[in-house]
Design a protein around this ligand. Structure first.
Ligand SMILES: *Cc1c(COP(=O)(O)O)cnc(C)c1O
Length: 410
């Protein structure tokens, strides 16, 4: 008799986005004339810029002739891409990496889930609240937790509340933890960590022999020059942190799929007997066995992100989204709403007015303004009373949505 992995049965049914879809569908069916504007999703909307399309197409052409055809590539990624990333994205930050420390993949979502393969189940894991749901659910799937309680907290995980009071930068855990997920700039709150705050986490991890999983999916959206883009800008981080980056939001690769994970050679975790083991070796072994690399044309397209022609085109799209974020942020503030984020991140995290719940505000925004956003409570209990709007959308829609909010909610 085949048995299932019963840990999956502990998961709450994917509730947030189906429920949003259900409510939007009910509203549009009842109000077919309404022009609904969606500021809810965490997906980019602009097409790939020309320099990237060109590199992508050229690489596809190479596949058409025997001489230039490419079969399996290195599981870790092609050196041309790894070296470009090191040179164009890390060296300018003062971060030196070896090619063997960078692993190319088809997404940060899978990497931050798969990384759990190389860690013992006994590790105590801390995640933010609210949080990118992948961190929570993948720990449930792998069997690190008990059941969820009524609030939605799983037994065995340590939740670090990210609240208005702490500026959405969580306090250190009040119990011993071994693995800490950090996401800056943050999805969903749009918060960033200063150099001092990141140094606090690195020092904490070094002191407790903990490992930080640093999700930097939104680093390209940082506008404040004092905010670190990489955890490795902090001294000692190579001894305690794994960094995840993605081309998804940076360069519109959500449908193309390319990302990278950095596992420094200095980084170790221990056997139960106390022997230090290089995590780089384990991750390399894991990837070589369970992954067969990202397609050649995709890696060529990714390398073009950093070309002299490509980067200005990519940057222009990032600036376009961040101007959207500014319009949303300032418009909502004019409507008397308390807003966070949207300065170094494409997400605006607003406080629902008049102590409305996240879902009450969702319904109000949908019915009175015909605007769709994401209830903060869907990202964790501490997100209750907050609401996420995304800057990934078309400018005219942003302007229209903000006008409607100002008109109706003031
Ligand atoms: C979008 C996103 C990612 C990127 O995921 P991909 O699989 O690379 O598309 C990673 N982390 C967070 C928090 C995100 O919002």
């Amino acid at each position: 008799m085949a048995l299932v992995n019963e840990h999956y049965l502990k998961l709450k049914a994917g509730y947030l986005f189906p429920e949003i879809g259900r409510r939007v569908k009910a509203f549009t069916e009842a109000n077919p004339q309404a022009k609904v504007i969606r500021l809810g999703i965490g997906d980019v909307t602009c097409p790939l810029p020309p320099a990237i399309i060109k590199a992508f197409q050229d690489a596809v052409e190479e596949m058409a002739t025997e001489k230039s055809f490419m079969g399996y590539g290195p599981e870790q990624g092609y050196e041309f891409l790894i070296n470009t990333i090191i040179e164009k994205s890390y060296q300018p930050l003062g971060v030196e990496l070896k090619a063997s420390e960078v692993f190319i993949s088809d997404g940060s979502k899978c990497d931050c889930a798969n990384i759990l393969d190389i860690f013992a189940l006994e590790n105590v894991v801390a995640i933010g609240d609210p949080v990118y749901p992948v961190y929570n659910d993948t720990n449930v799937m792998i069997g690190r937790t008990g059941e969820a309680n009524e609030q939605g907290y799983y037994k065995g995980l340590v939740y670090l509340p990210c609240t208005e009071a702490n500026g959405f930068n969580p306090a250190f855990p009040d119990q011993e933890v071994d693995i800490i997920y950090l996401c800056f700039p943050n999805n969903p709150t749009g918060a960033v960590a200063t150099r001092e705050q990141l140094k606090g986490w690195v020092d904490y991890a070094l002191q407790h022999n903990a490992v930080i999983f640093f999700d930097a999916a939104y680093e390209a959206f940082i506008t404040d020059p004092t905010i670190p883009h990489s955890i490795y800008e902090i001294e000692g981080a190579k001894k305690c942190a794994i960094e995840f980056r993605s081309f998804s939001k940076t360069a519109g690769f959500t449908g193309v799929r390319c990302a990278l994970t950095v596992v420094p050679e200095e980084l170790t975790a221990h056997t139960a007997a106390g022997e230090p083991i290089q995590l780089n070796k384990l991750w390399n072994r894991r990837q070589s066995t369970k992954f067969n690399g990202v397609s050649y044309p995709v890696q060529k397209a990714a390398a073009a992100v950093y070309s002299d022609e490509g980067w200005p085109q990519v940057k222009e799209i990032i600036d376009y989204y961040m101007e959207n974020a500014r319009i949303i942020r300032t418009g909502l503030a004019e409507a008397g709403i308390t807003v966070y984020g949207g300065v170094n991140a494409p997400y605006i995290w607003l406080k629902t007015p008049n102590t409305m719940s996240s879902w009450e505000f969702f319904d109000k925004l949908l019915t009175e303004c015909n605007v769709v956003g994401t209830p903060g409570s869907g990202f964790g209990p501490s997100g209750e009373g907050f609401f996420r709007l995304s800057a990934f959308c078309n400018r005219d829609n942003v302007i229209e949505a903000v006008e409607r909010i100002k008109r109706n909610l003031k």
